[in-house]
Every structure is written in structure tokens, then in C-alpha cells.
Design a protein around this ligand. Structure first.
Ligand SMILES: NC(=O)c1ccc[n+]([C@@H]2O[C@H](COP(=O)([O-])OP(=O)(O)OC[C@H]3O[C@@H](n4cnc5c(N)ncnc54)[C@H](O)[C@@H]3O)[C@@H](O)[C@H]2O)c1
Length: 456
């Protein structure tokens, strides 16, 4: 998030200096390289460096000497109790505070990371004042949450839909408005706590939307409907909207579950009972189990069979595997006794690391494949949790390699025209008519329709 934000500012004409803890990352960035897979990020980085508007420095001290507004984009990962782990953020704030002692000019510190409502005012500002020995108006603190999404970061930072400023001093609002003048988006100015809440409310709502359409997908399967045209028709209501009504194996990514859990924990601390939020993560976990159940029912027998999992990132377009549903799906397949081959166009190495760190049951029996051909070789089913366009042609060169050419498409990524292909058996999450069957069968046995009384 920090890199994309910095490069977005630089592209819009604002000079940016960036600091990052890991020396190898700083070195790479200074040379125009990044290991992050994000469409358009490398040209943006190189453009920023070439224009001289983006450069990387080696310490907080260098940073505070040069920059008068300091955006904190530090990680706020999830703790096991659902709260955010503020340690990396507080460590950064401490380092920044010490560096701030060495300069005398006024500085504005802006929390861009996602922090639960109250954090900027209750935790970050007091720590910064203690460590820097400075306070307002010499050093002030604001919140400015970021709404970019992985996979479309570059577009999102250059064309944000809104800019939310959480400020305690009118002068800070003026400074930040000047920075954001270059961006064509409405600016909303709130106190820091309100700005922090906007971020959590937004992510929780998006997660609710995904969770909701996933439950509709389960209904669609049960009643014999197709979730996509249903969701499209629902989304034509402008009060609802089309976006995020795409069913899948459950939401993943670094933010949704973390933010929902943190908001629940914060609500509990405040004596509130957020029933809707509390239902979200269990519903999402149900959806992943449901996705695997679809695989199991389509295959008939899983024990001793081979499953190819195509698409390991939490969604297509990114190499991020944090909270990717591919992880529990592979674990469920292993627990059910299948051997698994996995493939992803860009996230294979990240997945390999996450898999070995997760150390869940069935750690063996997973093969990491650099080609789809290798992954589907001898497979009894190919499961698609992330709909990379690379998979959608699903050529006969792949289907003929499979022992049973069954594709369980958890994103309905294959175009409709391909779903009836004679060399494939296609099963889509959220698409009715899927009933228990055996692998390789030309069509799945349908349940006999129940006779209604009076009908013939
Ligand atoms: N990833 C997203 O799509 C996204 C979107 C909006 C908001 N956010 C929020 O942005 C924040 C950062 O998320 P992220 O996904 O970019 O995290 P990340 O872990 O990918 O990146 C954080 C970076 O900060 C560096 N860092 C850690 N401690 C440091 C220190 N003391 N000094 C200097 N650098 C340090 C790390 O090395 C890492 O490169 C989080 O609060 C997250 O919730 C993320």
C-alpha cells in the first residue's frame, strides 16, 4: 500500500521520499525493481525515479529531514484474538519520534494504515509526542485511510473515489487538501476517529456484500438457478450496485477478515454486540467448506484421487496469498485423502511459503507446479479458486492429460460457450443442476423431481 501510495503522489507531481525497513527492498526500489506483482506498478516506479519525484532513503532521519508530511503505511496485521497487532506500527512511530527530535520545522504525521477507530488519537499521537518531545502545532497527527484494492492499485491510487481526511487541526486539513488537489476526487474531512471508522465500515460492508452473494450462490445451487444472472439483475438496482456481487469460494486477502474481526473486537470493547459482523467470518468459512463439498460431490470419491488446484492468490491479478481460500481448500483436499498439485501464474512461491508456514494437516502430498500441464497431468479434477484469464481457454491439451476431465470452477471463470464442451465436465459454484456424481461421467445424475400432488 505504501509503495503504490508513494508512486501515486509522485505521478501526480508531488515529490516523495520513501523509507522501508528492509534494506533489500529499498535497494530494489531504488533500481526500479519490485517483487510485488501489481499491474502497472513497475512503469510507475521507473517513471517516478526517472522524473526525480520518487526516491528512496535509508533512514527515518533522512525522511524527516526532507519531508514535511509523513505518511505512515506500516503493517497492522491480525492478532489471534482478532484485534490488530499494533507493534509494527508503534515501533515505526517510536523510530519516527526519535528522528523528529533532530528537526525543528513543523511536521504533519498522517496515519494511512488501517487502524481501529480511536488508535490515531489514543495510541499514535501520545507515543509520537513522548518520543519526539514535540506536540501541536510543531508536530500534529492526522488519519487518512487508504481504499485501494490489490490488483488495481495503480488505478485506485491515481483515481481514488474519495479522499477521507481525519484531522484535529484546520491547518492540517488545508495542508492535506493541497496535497490531494492533484487528485480528481471528493474530499471528506472528519475528526480522526470518524475517518478511521469510514475505512472499517467500508471494508465490512464490502465483505458483507461478498458474504451475501456467496449465500445467494448456495441458494442458487439448491434451487437450480445460476448465481451470475441473478446477481447481475439484483445489482441493476442502483441502491445495490453491481460490484462485489461475484460469488466464489469465500473472501480472502489481507484486509477483509482482519478488518471485520478488528471491528468486532472494538465493538465488544465498547460493550456492543455487532450481530451482522459476527455472522460474516463463520459464513465465509462455511462458503469455503461448501466449495470443497462441491468438489467432493462432483468427484464422488476423493480418497486416493488427484486434484489440481489452479489459482492460489486470494484473487486473480495479484501474487498475494494472505488469507487465500486456496490454502484451506488444499488442506481440505489433503485431509480427504487426495494428492494435490497446485499452480498459479505469479503466486506459486508465495503460496509455497504460506503452505509450509501454515503447517496444517496433510502437509505432504502437495506438488508445486510451474506449468498447468504438469498440474493437471493425471488429475481427477481441476479446481479453480482464482479465475486467472490464463486458465479460461482450458485447451484440450490440458483436458486430455487429466484422468477425469472434470473442472470445478469456483469463480465461473470459463466462458459459457466452453461449459458444454464434450471433452470436459464443467461444474460451477453457484450454478444449479450440480448433483452428486462420479468423476468422468458425461453428465451428473439428477435428483428425480418430486411429483407435486395433482401434477402429472
Ligand atoms: N494491502 C492492501 O490492499 C491495503 C489496502 C488498504 C489499506 N491497507 C492497510 O495498509 C497497511 C499496510 O498494509 P500492506 O498490505 O501494505 O502491508 P505490507 O506488510 O505489505 O507492507 C508493509 C511494509 O512496511 C514495512 N515496515 C514494517 N515495519 C517498518 C518500520 N518500522 N519501518 C519502515 N518500514 C517498515 C514492511 O517491511 C513492509 O514492506 C495496513 O494497515 C493495511 O491494513 C492495505
Amino acid at each position: 500500500m505504501g509503495l503504490a501510495t508513494a508512486l501515486g503522489f509522485a505521478r501526480r507531481g508531488i515529490p516523495v521520499v520513501g523509507y522501508e525497513l528492509r534494506a533489500e527492498v529499498r535497494r530494489d526500489l531504488a533500481r526500479g525493481r519490485t517483487s510485488i506483482h501489481e499491474p502497472g506498478i513497475v512503469p510507475l516506479l521507473r517513471g517516478g525515479l526517472a522524473s526525480g519525484r520518487f526516491r528512496v532513503v535509508d533512514s527515518w532521519a533522512d525522511l524527516v529531514r526532507t519531508a514535511d508530511i509523513l505518511f505512515l503505511c506500516l503493517p497492522t496485521p491480525r492478532r489471534s484474538d482478532g484485534r490488530i497487532d499494533l507493534r509494527p506500527m508503534l515501533r515505526g512511530v517510536r523510530e519516527l519520534g526519535h528522528a523528529l527530535r533532530e528537526v525543528t520545522e513543523p511536521r504533519l504525521v498522517v496515519v494511512k494504515s488501517t487502524v481501529v477507530p480511536g488508535t490515531t488519537e489514543e495510541r499514535i499521537r501520545p507515543l509520537l509526542e513522548r518520543t519526539s518531545h514535540r506536540r501541536a502545532p510543531s508536530v500534529t497527527v492526522a488519519a487518512n485511510p487508504e481504499f485501494l484494492a490489490e490488483g488495481s492499485m495503480v488505478k485506485d491510487v491515481l483515481e481514488p473515489e474519495r479522499i477521507v481526511l481525519g484531522v484535529s487541526h484546520p491547518a492540517d486539513a488545508r495542508k492535506l487538501r493541497r496535497v490531494y488537489r492533484a487528485f480528481p476526487a471528493p474530499v471528506i474531512v472528519l475528526p480522526p476517529t470518524g475517518a478511521e471508522l469510514v475505512k472499517y465500515a467500508s471494508n465490512a460492508f464490502l465483505a458483507l456484500k461478498v458474504g451475501f452473494v456467496n449465500e445467494v450462490a448456495r441458494l442458487a445451487e439448491a434451487v437450480g438457478a445460476d448465481v451470475d444472472p441473478v446477481a447481475a439483475a439484483v445489482g441493476l438496482d442502483s441502491r445495490i450496485g453491481q460490484k462485489f456481487l461475484s460469488a466464489g469460494p469465500g473472501f480472502g486477502g489481507s484486509c477483509f477478515e482482519k478488518d471485520v474481526r478488528a471491528l468486532i473486537a472494538r465493538s465488544h470493547d465498547l460493550g456492543l454486540k455487532p450481530r451482522m459482523l459476527e455472522a460474516l467470518v463463520p459464513s465465509n468459512d462455511d462458503q469455503t467448506r461448501h466449495a470443497f463439498d462441491l468438489v467432493r460431490r462432483a468427484m464422488g470419491i476423493v480418497q486416493g484421487r488427484r486434484i489440481a488446484v489452479l489459482g492460489l492468490a486470494f484473487k486473480a491479478g495479484t501474487d498475494d496469498v494472505r488469507e487465500s481460500r486456496a490454502l484451506p481448500l488444499v488442506r481440505l483436499a489433503r485431509s480427504a485423502g487426495a494428492s494435490v498439485r497446485v499452480h498459479d501464474p505469479v503466486a506459486l512461491e508465495n503460496f509455497r511459503r504460506a503452505w509450509s508456514q501454515s503447517g496444517g494437516p496433510g502437509g505432504q502430498g502437495v506438488r508445486f507446479c510451474t506449468t498447468v500441464a504438469e498440474a493437471v497431468e493425471g488429475a481427477d479434477a481441476a479446481v479453480i479458486p482464482a479465475g486467472w484469464p490464463e486458465y479460461t481457454p482450458f485447451p484440450t491439451a490440458w483436458s486430455t492429460r487429466m484422468r477425469h476431465p472434470l473442472v470445478v470452477d469456483l469463480r465461473r471463470a470459463l466462458p459459457r460457450s466452453m461449459r458444454m464442451r464434450p471433452d470436459l465436465r464443467w461444474v460451477g459454484l453457484g450454478v444449479g443442476s450440480v448433483r452428486d456424481g462420479a468423476p468422468g461421467s458425461a453428465s451428473l445424475p439428477r435428483r428425480k423431481p418430486r411429483r407435486r400432488r395433482g401434477s402429472r
